[in-house]
Design a protein around this ligand. Structure first.
Ligand SMILES: [Zn+2]
Length: 181
């Protein structure tokens, strides 16, 4: 329902919440879902709850949807521990970290990883995320070899099934079950 949409004719229904009578037609005052109260013969509108964009400092948890060398997309399922179905996607820009003098780029996140991140900017409604702090980063992941869950082994993720080892930017509680968004 959009504002102004017809809900009923006024011979059948009275205007309920967020509805009005305009020359014999009951119309919606707000965007939302029509609600009919047959006992009271009222029709009203339940307003759409507009999801609030996460703000700077919020901690979000989600799953990596796309992972490229410089930026990854995180589909957000939790904001500050509360579930959201708004479908927000945040961007994690990956720093080039040179480790051990070998000039190798460290893999920070991979496709499918469950990641906890902090909102650092929302300029132009783009949610920029950071995973730099100890409690941020990958909290659960599957072996890219065999698909088994990986467990923490001294800062590296190890597959108990096939022995594969993987490198990530892990959160300090990586491998703990159940995961805490
Ligand atoms: Zn494996």
């Amino acid at each position: 329902m959009l504002p102004g949409d017809a809900l009923a004719v006024s011979e059948e229904f009275l205007p309920g919440k967020n509805a009005y009578d305009a020359d014999g037609t009951i119309r919606a005052l707000l965007m939302g879902t029509p609600v009919r109260d047959l006992a009271q013969r009222e029709v009203g509108v339940k307003p759409v709850v507009v999801a609030k964009l996460p703000t700077v400092g919020d901690v979000v948890t989600g799953q990596i949807e796309t992972a490229q060398s410089s930026v990854s997309n995180l589909k957000i399922y939790y904001v500050n521990g509360a579930p959201t179905s708004a479908g927000f996607v945040g961007l994690i820009f990956l720093r080039e970290e040179r480790g051990g003098g070998r000039g190798m780029r460290r893999t920070q996140v991979k496709l499918g990883d469950i990641v906890r991140a902090k909102v650092i900017s929302t300029v132009n409604a783009m949610i920029h995320l950071s995973i730099g702090e100890p409690h941020l980063g990958v909290i659960a992941t599957l072996c890219s070899n065999c698909g088994s869950p990986l467990s923490d082994e001294g800062g590296r993720a190890r597959c108990n099934n096939c022995g594969n080892q993987e490198d990530r930017k892990f959160a300090d509680d990586f491998g703990r079950q159940p995961i805490q968004p």
